[in-house]
Design a protein around this ligand. Structure first.
Ligand code: PLP
Length: 408
């Protein structure tokens, strides 16, 4: 008899985006003339940088000739891309990472979801609330939680990100083994200072824990004092793995390319308490289960590090940041308190006592603007909404004008 992994049955159906879609459809039916502005989505809206497109086209042209055709590539990624990543994203920024510590993949979603396979099911997992849901659901699937009760899974240590800690989690009260951190954060848009990350790195050393650091939004950091990588923090190489993506910097959400950094010093422990290096184990998993990102896409990703590519990515992220600043200014002028939006494409807005969905409905009904209700990201998201800067500047200005008129 084929039996099911019952941990999957514990998963809460994610009604968030389908509920949003339903409410938006109803609104459109009732207001056929009203044009809806979507500031709820975490997907980019602008075209790929020209440098990446040209490199991708050149890669496709190579595949069209027998003499330059390439079949299976190295699972970890081509050297030209791994070397460009190590140099531009780390060494030039003062962080020690070598090309062979980089594993190119088709997404930070897959990598942040898959990495937990390397660890036993009896470890204690800590993750932020509100949270990017992949971290949580993949641990539920693996059986690291009990059932869902009162908005939370039993057995998980939730790190509350609330006004009182400025939405940067405090160290847990009980010892934990695996810690998910994400800065700049989705959904709150908050960033962490070097001192704050150092606190976590020190905690991981003291507790023989591991930090999974999701830096998918690092390209939005403009404040030169903020760390872009956890490897800017002393001691992180032994206790941290970092996830990066070309999705939000170069607009690869539909193109797919990302990478994970596993330093050679990074360890976990076997049942006898002996140190085991994670790098060879992740390498083994990656080579067994993944067959590499396509050559033209890796060419396109490498072009992100050319002088033109860097300039175009800067322009792209500046464009979204201008949107974020406009949203933030307008919301602040209306008297709402918010975080994010400075070094991040997301703005996390306090609904001033309103329930998340009530705030969502108010915005939609009065202005035709779609946001994401914070409650969809966890218990601590209740009472908040997330606005995203991923739209055209014109739409953002129009959305904010409507909000000022209707809620001002
Ligand atoms: N990590 C975070 C925090 C995200 O918000 C997202 C996408 O929204 C991802 C990872 C996924 O990145 P990718 O497109 O590389 O899978």
């Amino acid at each position: 008899m084929i039996t099911i992994n019952e941990h999957y049955l514990k998963l809460q159906a994610s009604y968030l985006f389908s509920d949003i879609a339903k409410r938006v459809d109803t609104y459109q039916e009732n207001n056929p003339d009203k044009d809806i502005i979507r500031l709820g989505i975490g997907d980019v809206t602008r075209a790929l940088p020209e440098a990446c497109i040209k490199a991708m086209q050149a890669g496709v042209a190579e595949m069209a000739e027998d003499s330059s055709f390439r079949g299976y590539g190295p699972e970890q990624g081509y050297d030209f891309l791994r070397e460009a990543i190590a140099k531009h994203d780390f060494i030039d920024q003062g962080a020690e990472v070598s090309a062979d510590e980089i594993f190119v993949s088709d997404g930070a979603k897959c990598d942040t979801g898959n990495i937990q396979e390397l660890f036993t099911t009896d470890i204690k997992v800590a993750l932020p609330d509100p949270v990017y849901p992949v971290y949580l659901d993949t641990n539920v699937m693996a059986g690291r939680t009990g059932s869902f009760a009162d908005g939370r899974y039993q057995g998980i240590t939730y790190l509350d990100c609330v006004k009182e800690n400025n939405f940067v989690p405090d160290l847990p009260k009980e010892p934990v083994d695996l810690i998910y951190l994400c800065f700049p954060n989705n959904p709150t848009g908050t960033t962490a200072t070097k001192d704050e990350l150092k606190t976590w790195v020190d905690y991981a050393h003291r507790n023989k824990a591991l930090i999974l650091f999701d830096a998918a939004y690092e390209a939005f950091i403009r404040n030169p004092d903020l760390p872009k990588s956890i490897f800017e923090i002393e001691g992180a190489r032994e206790v941290a793995i970092e996830f990066r993506s070309f999705s939000k910097n170069a607009g690869f959400t539909g193109t797919r390319c990302a990478y994970t950094v596993v330093p050679k010093e990074c360890v976990a422990y076997d049942s006898k308490g002996n140190k085991q290096h994670i790098h060879p184990l992740w390498n083994r998993r990656h080579c067994t289960k993944f067959n590499g990102v396509s050559y033209p896409i890796q060419k396109a990703a490498a072009a992100a590090y050319s002088p033109e590519g860097k300039k175009q990515i800067r322009e792209l992220t500046d464009y979204y940041l201008r949107n974020a600043h406009h949203i933030k200014e307008a919301i602040t002028a209306l008297g709402f308190s918010s975080v994010g939006g400075d070094d991040s494409p997301y703005i996390w807005i306090d609904g001033q006592g309103r329930d998340s969905w009530e705030f969502f409905d108010l915005l939609l009904d009065k202005t035709g603007v779609v946001c994401t209700p914070g409650a969809g990201f966890g218990k601590c998201g209740q009472g908040y909404i997330r606005l995203s800067a991923f739209n055209s500047y014109e739409n953002v200005v129009q959305a904010m004008d409507r909000i000022k008129t209707e809620l001002g």
